[in-house]
Each structure stands twice: as C-alpha cells, then as structure tokens.
Design a binder for this molecule. Structure first.
Ligand SMILES: Cc1cc2nc3c(=O)[nH]c(=O)nc-3n(C[C@H](O)[C@H](O)[C@H](O)COP(=O)(O)O)c2cc1C
Length: 218
C-alpha cells in the first residue's frame, strides 16, 4: 500500500489536485495542434522567435509532461540573439581539426547562427532514485515534444535535433557527468506552413487478449 507521507510519487499525483471543469471546445484545438505539427528545417525558420512571454508559456507547457517520481530530470537552456552568434565560436572550437568539408561546415554554421531561437534540453539524471534512468530520460523526451507542440500551437515552427554531449558543451552548460543533451529544439516562424503526410497508426497497432493473442488492429 502507498504511504501518502512517504511515497513521493503518490504525493505528486494527488497533493496538488484541484477539481476544474475544462471547456470541451479546447479538446478540438489540442487535437488540431497534435495533428498538424510538423518539423520545419532550421533554414526555413525566420524571425520572429517566441518573445519572452511566449517562451515562458512554451517552457511552462513543457513542465506539464508526465514525470515519474516528480523528479523534473531536465533543464532548458534558451539561446537567442547574442547567444546564437556566440555559438559560432563554440562550434568552430568544438569541431576544430575534424572538419572534412569546409563549405558544408560553413553552411552548417550559418544555418545555426541564423536560427531565431534554440532551446537545448538536457537530462539531469538521479542515478540513485528508485525511478529508472529510462523513465527519467523518457520524461525529458516528453518535455522536448511539449516544447515543439506548444510552439506549434502558438503559431511557431520548430524541429528537434540531436546533439552529441561533447566535453565542451558539458562544461559550457554546467552539465554533470551523467547528464546528456536530449535535443536541441530550434524555434522560429516558418517561412511557409505546410502539412506533413502521415502514416496510418493501423500498421503499427495491435489488440491483445489472452485467447487471441496479438491481433493486427482492424
Ligand atoms: C530524439 C530525436 C532526435 C532527432 N534528431 C534529429 C537530427 O539530429 N537531425 C534531423 O534532421 N532530424 C532529427 N530528428 C527528427 C526530426 O526532428 C523530425 O521529427 C523528423 O525529421 C520528421 O519530421 P516530422 O516531425 O515533421 O514528422 C530527431 C527526432 C527525435 C525524436
């Protein structure tokens, strides 16, 4: 049995619960945002980036992801303006001696520094916690997706890029040895909005019961 005073997971679930009636109409807006989100290549994102109030809303939306144990095993680093320009030096130093194609690399640098805003999300893992490291990483991944979804719902576009957690970035972002970059979310205004073709869930879904076992969804 749960001991409410000892089990922080239980405490997290119920302690702050307050009954509210949410308007039904809002469901449509949420589903529409989910169904129309797509990634926009970094080079197709222009100013404006979300302003301060908007980015705060986006990040607060990211704080609502399911989070086993209420650990909040992530940190957000917002980079824009001068910060974006400063990335050029960081990247040139980071890849010094490893660049095979200068032209491609310079194009990559330009694309990065012209991105209106980036939000780097990294995991801050509690290795001693009873909640598994996988669960903690998944929660951080969900936070990444909430950033993209919230930005999209507010009329912005974005894309999730992976980024190796190099020693230089670890030092720059004051990350611990166990921490990893989960993603770099580039955000801005899409030059042109569009819809992506989506596969049907049907080919990826089964039903299960003991007698029939796994059956393709139909
Ligand atoms: C964890 C993760 C890391 C990703 N890293 C990259 C990346 O480094 N480069 C890239 O082009 N796309 C990356 N993507 C994929 C894009 O963000 C995007 O989801 C994909 O191109 C499909 O576009 P869509 O979001 O419109 O379906 C990553 C996605 C995830 C979930």
């Amino acid at each position: 049995m749960f001991d409410k005073n000892e089990d922080e997971t239980y405490y997290h679930y119920f302690a702050y619960t307050m009954h509210v009636n949410l308007p039904k109409e809002s469901e449509m807006d949420a589903i529409q945002a989910l169904m129309t989100r797509r990634s926009y290549p970094r080079g197709s994102l222009i100013q404006p980036a979300p302003n301060r109030a908007e980015v705060e809303q986006i990040l607060q939306a990211a704080m609502t992801v399911p989070d086993h144990g209420n650990i909040k095993p992530w940190r957000f680093v917002v980079i824009q303006g001068q910060g974006m320009k400063d990335l050029e030096g960081v990247l040139r130093a980071m890849y010094d001696g490893q660049v095979e194609d200068e032209v491609y690399f310079n194009r990559f640098i330009q694309e990065i520094i012209n991105t209106p805003m980036m939000i780097c999300v990294y995991s801050v893992l509690n290795m001693e916690h009873k909640v598994s490291v996988l669960d903690q990483q998944l929660a951080g991944g969900a936070a990444c997706e909430h950033i993209l979804l919230a930005a999209h719902a507010m009329g912005f576009g974005g894309i999730w890029h992976s980024q190796e957690t190099t020693e230089a970035l670890r030092v720059m972002l004051k990350m611990g040895n166990e921490d990893h970059i989960l993603g770099v979310m580039s955000l801005g205004t899409p030059k042109r909005t569009s819809l992506a073709k989506r596969k049907s869930f049907v080919d990826y879904t089964f039903e299960w019961d003991q007698e029939s076992g796994l059956q393709p969804w139909q």
